[in-house]
Design a protein around this ligand. Structure first.
Ligand code: HPA
Length: 270
């Protein structure tokens, strides 16, 4: 589906908006949107081609405004493949960011930590990803006006943006791990054997999102940065079972640090 209809709706609501940075907020990270100044909010339900906010399970609102001196477009809530929608459910939202003029998108999520040394409530900068979901939002006819049929993914997560995010975390005194994020379909949390297998494959954290948006963003020519909030140790690595409530609570704890890092990142952006 094309972004033209959603773009014209946004143009009537916020004619002046010229965001440079797109933000996608994951589980427990929604409070970050409250910091956006001069905010114009549009419900996903009013934007053609956006996922059903009921399905998205989060706020389901696009917020345009300013954060730490930068003009931003923030997607509060994403669709996940495990909800049953198509793999390209986030295609229009991500392409709309590009159509609005964003050059950069910052993807955030909640993830289970695999690599030793990570603790719940800490952050991990995504250095790269492994698509282990057997799905891809770019499957189907290619829209050559958006991007190439065979997009390059050699450095999917932009090197200079990674360096800037590390500098922002250091400046704020917030611990930032760095590693590879592996996308699992879900909705169940993984088995302990799966986590051992993913560790052997080179994954440092595991989650149920973000990879489709990274693929869509790279396809559309956006530079991508990604940060995971490590809400729990992955299956078999912590004490006992993993619960969604725990991931939400730890996501909220990580949100405070992430908010500081993101503000510094935006503020220091050349
Ligand atoms: N696995 C998958 N997704 C997650 C996890 C996890 O352990 N924690 C938060 N999201």
């Amino acid at each position: 589906m094309s972004v033209a209809a959603a773009l014209s709706t946004l143009r009537t609501r916020a004619p002046e908006a010229a965001p440079r940075v797109g933000l996608i907020l994951g589980s427990g990270l929604d409070p970050l949107a409250a910091d956006i100044e001069d905010a114009v909010e549009v419900a996903y339900a009013d934007l053609a081609g956006f996922p059903d906010p009921g399905v998205a399970g989060h706020a389901g609102r696009l917020v345009l405004g300013r954060l730490a001196g930068q003009s931003v477009a923030c997607l509060r809530g994403r669709a996940h493949l495990y909800e049953g929608g198509p793999a390209d459910a986030m295609a229009v939202p991500v392409r709309l960011l590009a159509a609005l003029g964003c050059e950069i998108v910052v993807l955030t999520n909640a993830a289970g930590g695999i690599t030793p040394g990570m603790a719940a409530g800490e952050l991990m900068l995504i250095s790269d990803h492994i698509n282990f979901a057997g799905a891809n939002p770019l499957v189907g006819p290619n829209d050559d006006a958006v991007g190439p049929r065979f997009p390059d993914m050699t450095e999917a997560y932009d090197g200079p943006l990674r360096a800037a995010m590390k500098a922002a975390a250091a400046g704020e005194g917030v611990r930032l791990h760095e590693g590879v994020y592996l996308w699992c379909l879900g909705p169940n949390f993984e088995t302990s054997a799966e986590i051992r297998a993913f560790a052997a494959l080179g994954a440092d954290a595991v989650g149920m999102s973000t990879v489709p948006e990274c693929l869509l963003a790279r396809h559309a020519g956006l530079r991508v940065a990604g940060v995971s909030s490590i809400t729990n140790l992955a299956a078999g690595l912590g004490a006992g079972a993993i619960s969604h409530d725990e991931t939400l609570a730890m996501g909220a704890r990580a949100a405070a640090g992430l908010s500081r890092v993101l503000r510094r990142f935006l503020q220091d952006m050349p």
